[in-house]
Design a protein around this ligand. Structure first.
Ligand code: FMN
Length: 189
């Protein structure tokens, strides 16, 4: 299976990067083809909101890395999104990327209803926050990331098959057990 991992943390040795690396290694060991994209290394312009992509099926802006990522999303059968919680949501770079890919994620019915273009594909979400458990869930910190990603991935047709929400990263750094959880999730694919 082709697996695309999107790393939305700008920290190469941060918690998300470590967790995604463990996931990628276990998935590759299980025989999957794994590619990782790091959003902080991409060059992606903001969506200008013209909505022309919804009728034309392509973005009106000059090509940049958003189109390349969309090709990779079309290529994959499973998508893994790793995102630290920024202000109770996904980091801005990731949101900008999804904004630019809307035409390749959902279509539109005659009545204007969204039509998923990635039906049948699996998605996995990994999120971290400094807010410790259970407040990362109760106060919608990592849960805010999951909610926002569910909105995008759900309408795009992905089924969320697993998620890991890890709170308290400031006072309680990652342990081998956290990385094991990521490996286990990858082996379930
Ligand atoms: C701009 C910014 C906003 C943040 N907002 C929140 C927040 O709303 N809630 C929270 O619990 N942690 C917040 N954090 C902390 C990160 O979620 C936390 O450090 C996370 O573990 C970082 O993951 P990483 O090391 O993989 O990048 C924020 C960090 C940054 C840089």
């Amino acid at each position: 299976m082709n697996i695309l991992i999107i790393n939305a943390s700008p920290k190469p040795s941060g918690s998300i990067s470590q967790m995604l690396a463990a996931f990628a290694q276990a998935a590759a060991e299980s025989g999957h083809t794994v590619e990782t994209i790091t959003t902080s290394r991409l060059s992606v312009r903001h969506c200008i909101g013209c909505m022309s992509c919804r009728t034309k099926g392509q973005c009106c802006l000059p090509p940049d890395d958003a189109q390349a990522v969309l090709e990779k999303i079309r290529w994959c059968q499973a998508l893994v999104v790793g995102a630290p919680c920024y202000w109770g949501n996904m980091p801005g770079e990731l949101k900008v990327l999804f904004d630019r890919m809307v035409y390749g994620l959902i279509g539109e019915s005659r009545l204007g209803m969204p039509q998923p273009l990635h039906k049948g594909k699996a998605a996995y979400i990994i999120s971290t926050s400094t807010t410790p458990f259970p407040f990362n869930i109760l106060y919608r910190q990592t849960r805010g990331v999951v909610r926002a990603l569910r909105e995008i991935l759900g309408y795009s047709g992905f089924r969320i098959k697993g998620k890991i929400e890890r709170g308290g990263t400031k006072n309680r750094p990652l342990t081998p057990r956290d990385l094991d959880r990521c490996r286990k999730l990858a082996r379930r694919i």
